[in-house]
Structure formats: C-alpha cells, structure tokens
Design a protein around this ligand. Sequence first.
Ligand code: CTP
Ligand code: MG
Length: 227
Amino acid sequence: RSIWAVVPAAGVGKRMQADRPKQYLPLLGKTVLEHTLTRLLQADVFAAVSVAISVEDPYWPELTISQDSRVFTAPGGKERADSVLSALRAIEDRARENHWVLVHDAARPCITAADIRLLIDTLQNDEVGGILALSSHDTLKNVDGDSILGTLDRTHIWRALTPQMFRYGRLKQALEASVGNPAVTDEASALELLGLQPKIVEGRSDNIKITRPEDLPLAQFYLEQQQ
Ligand code: CTP
Ligand code: MG
C-alpha cells in the first residue's frame, strides 16, 4: 500500500479547558483519539497511521490502539506543523517521495470513511493534492476593530478541514521550509507558500474539530447519528 495517514495528537487543548488534552476526553465509551484512529483504520486504505504524541503524554500507552501494528508514534513538537513533520519523519524508511499522505487532526473524530475515500478518489491523479473543505453559510465581513470595512465574496471563501492530502516528499519539503512561520496553520498553506495550488474537495459539515467545550456534545450527536 502506498497511502499513509498522519495524525497530529500532541496538542494541549488550551481552548477546551479540560483536565487533560482534548484527544483523551471520553466520548461514547472511548477517547476522542480512539474514535479518530479507529475511523482511519476502518477506511482500510492506509499502509499505516503515524501519530504524533507529546513526550510528556501519560495517556497514550493506556489505550489499546497504541498496540495496533498499523499504528506508529513519533514525538510531538511545539506547533502542529512540527508534530506533523515529526510524524512524517517516523515513516521516512517506508514512504516514497510520491506516495500520498493524508494528514488528519486527532480532534476530528467524526471523519467518515466515505469522506476519506472521496478525497482520495477525487485527487489521486492530481499533481499536487488538496484538502476537504466547506463553503461558508454565513455572510463574511472584513472588520477592523468593531467596524465593518466590507463584505467578502463568499463564492471564493472556503473553510479548511482535514484530511489534507499531499505527496510525501513535497509535504515534508514544504513544512521544513515553513518552520516557525505563524501563517502556516495547515498543510495546504505550507504548499501554497511554495507557489502550488492545492485543490478543494467539498467535505461533510459533521467533520467538526473539537475545539471548545460545546463541541464535545456536538461530536457525540454526530457520531450517534452516523451509526
Ligand atoms: N497538535 C499537535 N501538536 C501541537 C499542536 C496541536 O499535534 N503542538 C494537534 C492537536 O492535538 C489537534 C490538531 O493538532 O489534534 C489541531 O490543533 P488544535 O485544534 O489547535 O488543538 P490544540 O492545539 O490541542 O488546542 P488549543 O489550540 O486550543 O490549545
Ligand atoms: Mg492549537
């Protein structure tokens, strides 16, 4: 197999304000991270999943899925991009330059196998790759302080989700070139800085990122609905 999954799971979850990183919060009898990894494995398309785990993380070894032979770990880094880079280096011996890598947030447990396959099927013959994204339902304002300067043309605005799918060699190169750049908040932005134009594939709106406390019951609702 020549498609890899990379999961950054080394964040502290500051905005969640919980007693542990949000990827380890309980959700329908499992942790958030177990849901995410189980869904990736169930899609049955990946050679392996490389997960970035914080070096101070006491929770990971307790999870049954940490023993799965298809799951590798790498030490997490300071920023999300550092964690992704570390997880890419962990599969360096086995991944080839032109192999596809799907990077998926640990904090998005509602990802469906259908969306994973849609992204792969749509872009596997593409030169660059791309991301799942959502159009915006709300009217978007350009604001300075509390004053509206104008309204954005919504037809050109999309919200970036994960997975984000790029070729191994180029993704690693792009992230290495953008270390320390605060403008790089996802994989696509690193490739954009190389002058490349990643594609968007319209994803599902239930693929939420658990970010704030109110997102956890919402994720539970979506997971139950998807059963
Ligand atoms: N992540 C990571 N390494 C970091 C920072 C983030 O692997 N140094 C991961 C998180 O674990 C999460 C994903 O990147 O799965 C998306 O990041 P975010 O939602 O911002 O998670 P946190 O950084 O943990 O949350 P917060 O920003 O609220 O602290
Ligand atoms: Mg963060």
